[in-house]
Write a new protein. Structure first.
Ligand code: F6P
Length: 307
């Protein structure tokens, strides 16, 4: 459930293989919580020509996923108006009716919050921490994060050569919401000169000074990584868009625009030409790294072992 990450299928596969080795049947709810609500599920199998054969390196999720499907505050139409209803009892009923012994929730903070609430209603739930942002509480590392960092580091390598050739400041905007993990670790891996993260409000003049110091040493290009949730010291938040906000349903704000803003300001302050690249959904799609395949496999196998 929630935004997809690379490694989703690897977790599903490990759950299935461990289950199959122990004579346990597994079913997947189509599109996560939405499927649970509609009781829309499919039997999953890794044997023969089963629907889960060969999925280890495959990006996305073979059973889909839904973002913003909070079953405790689900948007429904009533008399032409959008209202929010707690439909979690329907999910509980479906789980009981389908005789499901244990529910695995592969998701980030919002998914796991609902998972906890379902467990409070008596459902056996095992949460597997998923998100490229690496910001799930009580967890050192989430699956999908390593792939996102690798994609960002690769982008930085590519920006490095074009930036150096044209003597430019190359700004890369990465995802992460309120967590700077992707920005910070890709910056280290990609040898960036400046990293702006949400946890530390930035002073654009300091960033410009760092670039000028490099210029003074004869380096007339710089690499800057900006996390989508980074914010300047004066607290400007025009890059945190209100579009799509639905606070009642627990739908959070959209980020976007900090990269171009930082590039423009750095160009003005340093006199160097600046260009911005927004990496976006490249960080979530495609095949997982070997690290994420291993982590996802360990998570999936352990989850079924616990079940
Ligand atoms: O939480 C994962 C994430 O990819 C964030 O880094 C990003 O801000 C958000 O999801 C984008 O969400 P959506 O898929 O709704 O555009």
């Amino acid at each position: 459930n929630g935004g997809d990450v690379s490694g989703f299928n690897a977790v599903i596969r490990a759950i299935l293989k461990t289950a199959e080795n122990n004579g346990v049947e597994c079913y997947g709810f189509i599109d996560g919580y939405r499927g649970l609500l509609k009781n829309n599920f499919v039997k999953l199998s890794t044997s023969g020509d089963g629907n889960a054969v060969g999925i280890l390196p495959k990006g996305g999720s073979i059973i889909g996923s839904s973002t913003n499907a909070n079953v405790f505050q689900y948007p429904v139409e009533e008399d032409g108006k959008k209202v929010y209803k707690d439909l979690s009892d329907i999910c509980v009923e479906n789980i009981r009716k389908d005789e499901i012994d244990c529910l695995f929730t592969l998701g980030g903070d919002a998914t796991q919050k609902s998972a906890r609430d379902l467990s409070l209603k008596g459902i056996n739930v095992i949460g597997v921490p998923k998100t490229i942002d690496n910001d799930v509480a009580c967890t050192e590392i989430t699956f999908g994060y390593n792939t996102a960092v690798s994609v960002a580091a690769d982008a930085l390598d590519r920006l490095h050569t074009t930036g150096e050739t044209h003597h430019r400041i190359m700004v890369l905007e990465v995802m992460g919401r309120y967590a700077g993990w992707i920005a910070l670790e890709s910056a280290i891996a990609g040898g960036a000169d400046v990293a702006l993260i949400p946890e530390i409000p930035y002073d654009i003049n300091k960033a410009a000074e760092a670039i000028k110091r490099r210029q003074a040493k004869g380096k007339n290009f710089s690499i800057v990584v900006v996390s989508e949730g980074a914010m300047s010291k004066d607290g400007e938040n025009e890059t945190h868009s209100a579009e799509g906000i639905d606070a009642q349903a627990g739908i959070s704000i959209k980020f976007g625009g900090i990269g171009p803003k930082v590039a423009k300001e750095l160009q003005e302050l340093t006199g160097l030409e600046a260009r911005c690249t927004v990496l976006g959904y490249m960080q979530r799609g495609g095949t997982p790294t070997a690290y994420d395949r291993v982590l996802s496999t360990k998570y999936g196998a352990k989850a079924m072992e616990l079940a």
